[in-house]
Design a protein around this ligand. Structure first.
Ligand SMILES: [Zn+2]
Length: 359
C-alpha cells in the first residue's frame, strides 16, 4: 500500500480480493436520481507485517446512513453484559462508548447492570462494538479508545471476525468505509501495540461470526479465560486468517454468488422482493447487473434509506408496508440476523423467507 498498513505501517502485503470498480456502499442515491453512480476501486489488502486484512484504498467520503440494529444484536448486548458481570470480568462503574454507524449501543444493557455514562475523565469500561473498523488509521483509532480507559479499566472490542468472512466466503463483507477486517491474532497484535493485553474473548453468531475481546493494561486475568483466548486464536489461524493462500476461495466466491442471485431472481415471475438494504446487499446487487425491474424493491426498516435506491442499480428501497401490500410468495432475506424478528413480526409471511447465504 502506498501509505503502508493502517495498523503497523508495513508496506509488505498483498491484495487478496479485488472487486474492481464498485459504487460507494454507503451512498444511497435518491430513488429519482437517474445516475450513473460514481464507482471507485474496491480491494482488500492483507498485511504480512501484522496480519490485518484491510481496505486497500478508499477515495469515497463516508456517509453511512444510520441502520436499525437487528433484535439479535440488542439481545447479544444484554446477554454479554449479564455474563461478563456475573463472572466478575466487568465491574459496574462508569463507561465510555465509541459509536458505530451500524446503529447499535450497549448503553442500555450496561445501564441495566448498574453502569453509568462517564461524566468526564477516563472510564473503567470503554465499549467499541463495530466502531473501530470505520477508522481509516487503525493505530490512531485504537489509541483514542485507550486514552479514554482508566489505568485498571477494561476495553470491550467487538468486530465481525475475518475468520468468519473466510469460512463463509463472505466476499461482500468488503466495502468502502470499512477500513479493517479484524481477526483475533491481528486484533491482539494491534491491542498489544497500544499497550493492552487480551484477558478474555467470546464468539457470537452475529454478522457471520463476531468476536468480543476484553483487553486491559495489565493483561492479567483468570487462566481459563486466557487459555480460551489462545484457543480461539488457534482456531482462527486454522481458518486461514494469517495465510494468504487460504484466502483464495474468497476471491472466487463473487462469481458463484452472483450466478445464484441471478438464477433466484429469474425464478420470480412477478418481480423479486428482497429484504435488508445493508452494505452486504449493495455489493452483490451492484455486481449482479440485474435487468431493470427484475427486482421490484428491497425492503428496509430504516427511514434513512427509504425513498432511496441501491447504489449502482435502479432497485428502490421501500418501507415494510409495501411488502405486506404486495404479498409476494418468496422474499430473499439479505441479512440473516433479522430472520427471528421478521418471523415474529409477520407470522403470515412464515415459510416465504429465503435466506441469502443458505445456498
Ligand atoms: Zn500491518
Amino acid at each position: 500500500m502506498t501509505d503502508g498498513c493502517r495498523a503497523c505501517g508495513s508496506s509488505d502485503g498483498r491484495i487478496v480480493l479485488d472487486l474492481g470498480e464498485q459504487p460507494a456502499a454507503d451512498s444511497f442515491p435518491s430513488a429519482d436520481d437517474p445516475g450513473p453512480d460514481p464507482r471507485f476501486p474496491l480491494a482488500m489488502w492483507w498485511c504480512s507485517g501484522c496480519g490485518l486484512a484491510q481496505l486497500h484504498d478508499d477515495a469515497t467520503t463516508p456517509d453511512e446512513p444510520r441502520a436499525i440494529e437487528p433484535r439479535a444484536a440488542v439481545q447479544q448486548a444484554y446477554d454479554a453484559v449479564a455474563e461478563l458481570v456475573g463472572l466478575g470480568l466487568l465491574v459496574p462503574g462508569e463507561f465510555v462508548e465509541f459509536d458505530s454507524p451500524h446503529g447499535g449501543s450497549w448503553g442500555e444493557a450496561l445501564a441495566a447492570h448498574g453502569f453509568s455514562p462517564a461524566t468526564g475523565g477516563r472510564a473503567g469500561v470503554v465499549v467499541d462494538v463495530y466502531g473501530l473498523m470505520h477508522d481509516r488509521d487503525q493505530g490512531a483509532g485504537l489509541r483514542a479508545r485507550v486514552d479514554a480507559l482508566a489505568d485498571d479499566g477494561v476495553l470491550l472490542l467487538q468486530f465481525p471476525t475475518y475468520a468468519g468472512t473466510l469460512r463463509n466466503r463472505e466476499w461482500n463483507a468488503l466495502r468502502h468505509g470499512h477500513f479493517a477486517y479484524h481477526s483475533v491474532p491481528a486484533a491482539r497484535r494491534l491491542l498489544a501495540d497500544a499497550g493492552l493485553g487480551v484477558v478474555a474473548a467470546r464468539r457470537y453468531p452475529l454478522y457471520g461470526g463476531s468476536v468480543l475481546l476484553l483487553a486491559t493494561r495489565s493483561g492479567s486475568g483468570p487462566a481459563d479465560e486466557r487459555a480460551a483466548v489462545d484457543a480461539l486464536e488457534d482456531d482462527e489461524v486454522a481458518a486461514g486468517v494469517l495465510d494468504p493462500a487460504a484466502m483464495a476461495p474468497l476471491a472466487q466466491a463473487p462469481e458463484r454468488d452472483v450466478a445464484w442471485l441471478r438464477d433466484w431472481v429469474a425464478q420470480q415471475p412477478d418481480g423479486a422482493w428482497l429484504y435488508g438494504a445493508g452494505s452486504r446487499a449493495v455489493a452483490v446487487l451492484a455486481a449482479a447487473g440485474l435487468p431493470d425491474g427484475a427486482v421490484t424493491a428491497i425492503v428496509d426498516g430504516a427511514p434513512a434509506k427509504q425513498g432511496r435506491r441501491m447504489p449502482g442499480t435502479t432497485i428502490p428501497i421501500v418501507a415494510p408496508d409495501a411488502l405486506r401490500a404486495a404479498d409476494p410468495q418468496e422474499i430473499l432475506l439479505m441479512l440473516p440476523d433479522l430472520l427471528g424478528e421478521l418471523r415474529d413480526a409477520w407470522p403470515e409471511l412464515s415459510g416465504r423467507w429465503v435466506v441469502y447465504g443458505d445456498r
